[in-house]
Design a protein around this ligand. Structure first.
Ligand code: AMP
Length: 264
């Protein structure tokens, strides 16, 4: 896999900074639109418990590979800010599950994915963040990708000890203005957004009650995906300890060590 080797373009500070524009929010101008099935496409599923830093890594991987970053959680959150008339029925029904930290039903999630097909078809590939989250979703994705002739490159599983996960989730803050995501620690409490001075908020599902529900849902529904992708010889396990740049470097090395030919 030949990719952007200039580390200055993939380096990030400890917090992920303002969220980059997403293709699904901007009429697809971030999804490269060449023929599907290109051997250069990077098609990844990102796995890992909530709080391991998947979204930060997805952003770095997006810059490295040119693939489209598709986060189902972000689609749901962004839909919340749309006027009710512009939300699809699937988005509308996702909110109540999300606010409680529960998983959105598989059929609803698949409807949302099918609404974002242009991201999956882009010739640069895609980075699926927060999807699939159940074996049923993984099977539905496999069928969809087989139908579209879009073979997966790998499923990356980011691993972090549970105490560090809980600490990261509890300290995560989102700027209400620029939507940047920042990490608060006991040593560096943040009052306002370091990027734009906006008000920092805690995500509803990062509150302690919702964190407990999300972790339980992860163990029950999402952990089995590790075995699912291992059986298909697609699993790449990466330690999520250390800085985002260190984790990204491990990921790049692991992906570059994989055979060039991709398969489902
Ligand atoms: P995330 O930003 O990935 O942590 O997702 C936030 C919330 O959105 C989750 O706690 C779920 O309620 C919902 N969600 C996002 N993606 C999925 C999915 N693939 N399946 C079910 N629920 C999801």
């Amino acid at each position: 896999m030949k990719r952007n080797k200039d580390r200055s373009k993939t380096a990030v500070s400890k917090s992920s900074g303002p969220a980059n524009d997403r293709a699904w929010l901007n009429a697809g101008d971030d999804c490269r639109s060449g023929p599907p099935g290109s051997s250069e496409a990077c098609r990844l599923v990102l796995l890992g418990a909530p709080g391991v830093g998947k979204s930060t890594q997805a952003e770095l991987l997006r810059r490295w590979s040119g693939a489209c970053h598709l986060s189902t959680g972000e689609v749901f959150r962004a839909a919340k800010n749309l006027p009710p008339g512009q939300r699809s029925p699937a988005m509308e029904s996702a909110f109540k599950f999300m606010a409680r930290g529960e998983l959105v039903p598989d059929a609803t999630v698949m409807d949302v994915i099918c609404e974002q097909m242009r991201c999956l078809r882009g010739s640069g590939g895609f980075l699926l963040d927060g999807f699939p989250r159940t074996v049923a979703q993984a099977e539905a994705l496999e069928r969809l990708l087989a139908k579209e002739n879009l073979p997966l490159t790998a499923a990356i599983d980011y691993q972090l000890p549970i105490e560090q996960i809980v600490e990261r989730l509890a300290g995560r803050r989102v700027c209400s203005n620029c939507k940047g995501v920042f990490q608060m620690t006991a040593k560096s409490p943040l009052k306002v957004c370091p990027a734009c001075g906006g008000k920092l908020e805690q995500r509803e599902d990062d509150r302690p009650e919702a964190i407990r529900v999300r972790m339980a849902a992860y163990h029950k529904s999402t952990e089995p995906l590790i075995e699912y992708y291992r059986e298909r010889d697609l699993l790449v396990t990466i330690s999520a300890e250390g800085s985002p740049a260190e984790i990204m470097q491990r990921t790049e090395e692991a992906l570059e060590a994989r055979p060039h030919v991709t398969h489902l």
